[in-house]
Design a protein around this ligand. Sequence first.
Ligand SMILES: [Zn+2]
Length: 113
Amino acid sequence: MHELSVATSIVKIVQQEVNKIKGKTVLELYLEIGKLSGVEMDSFYFVWPQCINGNVLAQTKLFVEEPIGRARCAECETEFHIEKTFDSCPNCNSPFKEIISGKELKIKKIIIK
Ligand SMILES: [Zn+2]
């Protein structure tokens, strides 16, 4: 499952950060997981408790921002909302566009004690 490997690698990265500064536990974790990142949030929240069980993240308050998909058309420069990466421009129907937001998959902030 994709979400399990995403959650596992987040835990691994956070653990490394905690080790670096010899912290004990993580109080808060801020993630950014865009609507176009391919991560299904229901599945993510389902696997998350298994991934943090017994490690530095066990007591962590998790905050997840989910930026919506935004794109700019390469033909007419219209900015529009997209649900899927292959959505076309609503103005001229062109499939060519630059994705401005929604593909984020990153750790924004870790608060370590
Ligand atoms: Zn267009």
